[in-house]
Design a protein. Structure first.
Ligand code: IFM
Length: 442
């Protein structure tokens, strides 16, 4: 199914990219990589589908040249990737030369193909040594993130088109320390509250370190969701505001207004570190761009039987992806417009992730996935509508280039434009890959 838009429908210089993340594709058993909290989490029964982990993943560590050829063949301008902290610093403090050499070769290989490298410094591989001291619940982890930033930027910063500090701080903190779905799998409000602050402190410290090194075009990537109330009762409207506060406003207010939203802070403050206002200037250090990851909306109702935040999610009626996420492109437009109007104004924005998982199968060397082309078209339409409403949107990255390790869901959920057979490591570009390539090259 053809993609309904082409390059010509977007402003001059608009960048299209494909995105990946280290643990999900590299194979952590290669290159003297250290262990991270995902290795432990996935080895604990019940945490990850089929007990799978990222030790081999897509074996991108050995196959990155072939994978970058696919990015090029797909007609993309940019490649979004991340560096694994556990690969760069296996014990959380000592540099692993093999790890940096690998990223050095990867950076060169991206540039050799005239692709613009868009780097994320942290996409969730917290070294085990730092997990041992409490991970993101401990302020020390934020300070150590500066060492990782310095090591990576000194090695490959000269070739980066754009750098983000952290991918999806809500996932790093709330999903992982309060909801327990991601490593380290905690369900502890005190640890979560601290992580919600320390991950932003790490961002601020990292921005500061990169400014000192003269790195340009630096930002952060937030995953936003459009939160909607299940009904118009006052209690459901308040539940909507609470989730919006925790998921969206917490990060946007901190980064762009140097404060946490009062309606959330009044309940979380009992668990937060002391003197947090002293960190807000650093957390709100100026950035050059903001990345938004968008997948779906979230419908919520109050759950008065549960303690704060007393929220339950309600399944909506729209078509769902393999993740069970509703396909709701309007939420992309409204999120972009909201961020631009309420927070960022003219600051360049990128859609750093958007995509869908489907139960794709290979038949006669082909993967037929018209639903994905349709998903891409509808979200490009939403991005275009946001631009028409004045959003300074500069690019759009599809998640993901390859089928990969989808965290707690293991290898079952397939987000890739390229199918990966995890037994043989054979790559098969799906029909949507060819459709998008046509749209980007015509
Ligand atoms: O696979 C993840 C990615 O690591 C972060 N953003 C959401 C994607 C899909 O769940």
């Amino acid at each position: 199914m053809p993609i309904k838009y082409s390059r010509k429908d977007f402003p001059e210089g608009f960048k299209f990219g494909a995105a990946t993340a280290a643990y999900q594709i590299e194979g952590s058993e290669n290159g003297n990589c250290g262990t991270c909290h995902w290795d432990t989490f996935s080895t604990t029964p019940g945490n990850v589908n089929n007990g799978e982990n990222g030790s081999i993943a897509c074996d991108h560590f050995h196959r990155f040249e072939e994978d970058l050829d696919l990015v090029k063949a797909g007609g993309f301008d940019s490649y979004r990737f991340s560096t694994s902290w556990a690969r760069v610093m296996p014990d959380g403090k000592t540099i692993n030369k093999d790890g940096l050499d690998y990223y050095d070769r990867l950076a060169d290989a991206i540039c050799e193909r005239n692709l613009l490298p868009n780097l994320t410094l942290y996409h969730w591989e917290l070294p085990s040594a730092l997990a041992d001291i409490g991970g993101w619940a401990n302020r020390e982890t934020a300070k150590r993130f500066v060492d990782h930033t310095n090591a990576v930027i000194k090695c490959i910063g000269d070739r980066m088109d754009a750098v983000a500090t952290i991918n999806e701080p809500w996932c790093v903190a709330w999903l992982s320390y309060f909801l327990g779905h991601h490593a380290p799998g905690l369900r502890d409000i005190r640890a979560a509250a601290r992580a919600m602050h320390h991950v932003l402190l790490a961002h601020g410290l990292s921005i500061d370190a990169m400014r000192s090194l003269g790195t340009s075009n630096i930002g952060i990537v937030l995953n936003l969701t459009e939160v909607q109330q299940a009904s118009d009762t006052q209690s459901d409207v308040s539940a909507k505001d609470r989730l919006d506060g925790i998921h969206n406003r917490w990060f946007l207010d901190a980064i762009f207004k140097a404060e946490y939203p009062d309606d959330i802070l009044k309940d979380l403050i009992h668990f937060m570190p002391t003197n947090l206002e002293d960190d807000m200037t650093l957390i709100s250090s100026s950035i050059d761009w903001i990345g938004i990851n968008y997948y779906t909306r979230t419908i919520v109702a109050e759950d008065a039987n549960e303690p704060w935040p007393s929220i339950k999610e309600i399944k909506g009626p729209l078509q769902q992806t393999q993740m069970g996420w509703e396909i709701y492109p309007d939420g992309l437009k409204s999120s972009l417009v909201r961020v631009s109007r309420e927070y960022t104004g003219e600051l360049p924005m990128l859609v750093t992730e958007n995509g869908m998982a489907w139960k794709d199968t290979v038949l006669n060397e082909k993967v037929f996935d018209p639903i994905r082309a349709d998903y891409i078209s509808s979200h490009l339409s939403a991005a275009k509508a946001a631009i028409d409403q004045g959003v300074n949107l500069k690019g759009f990255f599809y998640w993901s280039l390859l089928d990969n390790f989808e965290w707690a869901f293991g290898y079952e959920k397939r987000f890739g434009l390229v199918h990966v057979d995890f037994e043989t490591q054979k790559r098969t570009p799906k029909a949507s890959f060819h459709d998008l390539a046509l749209a980007l090259t015509s």
